[in-house]
Design a protein around this ligand. Structure first.
Ligand code: C2O
Ligand code: CU
Ligand code: CU
Length: 503
């Protein structure tokens, strides 16, 4: 054997050993990456229903709420104290509720040791009231936004939005629901007794390291934190006793990165009645509804006396390639909530045939288009800059925004202040839960969505609204841009670059 041959054989076997090691490491990671709690959850804890926030109505009709961001500890498991953050409590927050046409004011005080903000996700509000990174509240300070509610009945939510730290602040527990009522929805025969047959279901994924939350990032995945189990309204392994034939669930994906595909364990149909921005025009029978972070869906499920039905999140197949499918959570499944029907149930009237009226524009209403290419490294090649206005839109006009996932990592797209109509997904008309008013939409790897939205103002050239990926790790990395609403012919101003000493 020549010397060269011997060297080659040695090098070859070293390479083979190395590849085998890498290969088996990959197999271990691959099979370890799948998470499932299906069939393993004992549903030991009664579902907590967030209390309705107290409010006072002032002489001029303004409804005033108080929200206090505070630190504390929460017993998710009896006897185990987890350090958490919450609004008016140690974890999560009360449900705010107001009607269309009402003026509201919220006194937001910050009792945390660091700046945060509170954003009204899905709400049509003046830019200065929006609660994004331009309206941070310093520790010890109070911020008091006010606006007039002017949008259809809907399930909205609120959460912090501080520059670069949104994932952390939401993960620690700061979030809550904000329900809007209107006369039309109130007159409908829908389940509407809060916490009884109309139940908020905010789903978050968590992991624990002893008593503490474990927010560590899983190796090989790029979506941000994915937890190994779920909780609802801050309740681990929850069950809910129900006493009515029809139960309405207001589903909110309040997780920071995880995408769910909700359905029931026995594959029963449910009626989808609402999406992010409010009620659909008519109920639609479905078996699954997929929600990426920030999205909502209102569903009505029919129960039989004495039975148990499990709300489950099923494996999904639209994450892009097999790598993302496995490592970004597409293969994962969860038993989320058990509904326990009482031995005898109150009769519920059948669902109305007609529900809401969509107020989102059509494609023909739009006066111009814009394009947004999504990559983890930024939107349209740019990282978030608080001092830069990326887009300037004219008050009172509608536009068509085309959003494309350009790097294959799961992303979604959320626009502040507006609700939009999904015109097309990969050139095809939207189906199911994409047919209602939306403010957040999943944009899986390789896909393109087209959205129509109207900017009703008021104009404020100096104060931007945000658009961003709502996988909060991505948002914090800089997958966010800013737009201002101006009067026709007006120029964008210069927003403050922000004072972010400390991060
Ligand atoms: Cu739910 Cu910009 O936020
Ligand atoms: Cu928002
Ligand atoms: Cu993203």
């Amino acid at each position: 054997m020549s010397r060269w041959k011997r060297v080659l054989i040695i090098l070859g076997s070293v390479a083979a050993v190395f590849l085998a090691a890498v290969g088996s490491l990959f197999v271990v990671l691959w099979s370890g990456a799948e998470v499932s709690t299906v069939g393993k959850v004992e549903f030991r804890n009664e579902l907590k229903v967030p209390p309705l926030a107290k409010s006072v109505v002032e002489k001029d009709g303004t409804r005033v709420f108080d929200l206090r961001m505070q630190a504390g500890t929460t017993e998710f498991e009896k006897g185990t104290k987890t350090p958490t953050w919450g609004f008016n409590g140690s974890y999560f927050g009360p449900t705010l509720r107001a009607a269309r046409g009402e003026k509201v004011r919220v006194r937001v005080s910050n009792a945390l040791g660091e700046a945060s903000s509170v954003h009204w996700h899905g709400m049509h509000v003046p830019a200065r009231m929006d609660g994004g990174p331009h309206q941070e509240v310093a520790p010890g300070k109070t911020w008091t936004p006010n606006w007039k509610v002017d949008q259809p009945a809907a399930t909205l939510w609120y959460h912090p939005h501080p520059h670069g730290k949104t994932e952390q602040h939401v993960q620690r527990g700061l979030a809550g629901m904000f329900l809007i009522d209107d006369a039309r929805a109130t007159a409908l025969k829908l389940p509407k007794r809060y916490g009884v047959d109309d139940v908020p279901v905010a789903v978050q994924d968590v992991s624990f390291d002893g008593a503490k939350f474990d927010h560590g990032k899983v190796f090989l995945q790029n979506t941000g934190f994915l937890g190994e189990r779920t909780m609802v309204n801050g309740t681990l392994d929850p069950y809910k006793v129900v006493g009515d034939e029809l139960v309405r669930l207001r589903l909110l994906n309040a997780s920071t990165a995880r995408i769910y595909d909700f359905g029931f364990g026995d594959d029963r149909d449910f009626a989808l009645i609402g999406t992010d921005g409010g009620l659909l025009e008519k109920p639609e029978a479905m078996k699954r509804v997929q929600l990426s972070p920030g999205e909502r869906a209102e569903v009505v499920v029919r129960m039989r006396a004495g039975e148990r039905a499990v709300l489950r999140s099923f494996p999904q197949s639209n994450y892009g390639d097999g790598f993302e499918q496995r490592f970004a959570g597409g293969d994962d499944s969860f038993d989320v909530l058990e509904l326990r029907a009482a031995a005898s149930l109150r009769k519920s009237p059948g669902l109305p045939g007609a529900l809401g009226k969509l107020e989102v524009p059509q494609e023909k209403d739009s006066v111009r288009g814009r394009f947004f290419g999504l990559r983890m490294s930024g939107i349209n090649g740019k990282k978030m800059d608080m001092g830069r206005v990326d887009e300037t839109v004219t008050r009172g006009t509608a536009e068509t925004w085309t959003v494309r996932n350009e790097d294959g990592v799961p992303h979604n797209f959320h626009v502040h202040d507006v609700q939009f109509r999904v015109l097309a997904v990969d050139g095809k008309p939207p189906t199911g839960a994409l047919r209602g008013a939306k403010d957040t939409v999943f944009v899986p790897g390789g896909s393109t969505v087209k959205l129509a939205m109207r900017f009703d103002g008021p104009a404020d050239p100096d104060t931007p609204y945000m658009y961003h990926c709502h996988l909060l790790y991505h948002e914090d990395l800089g997958m966010m841009g800013q737009f201002v609403v101006v009067e026709k012919g007006q120029q964008a101003g210069r927003p403050a670059a922000g004072d972010h000493a400390g991060h």
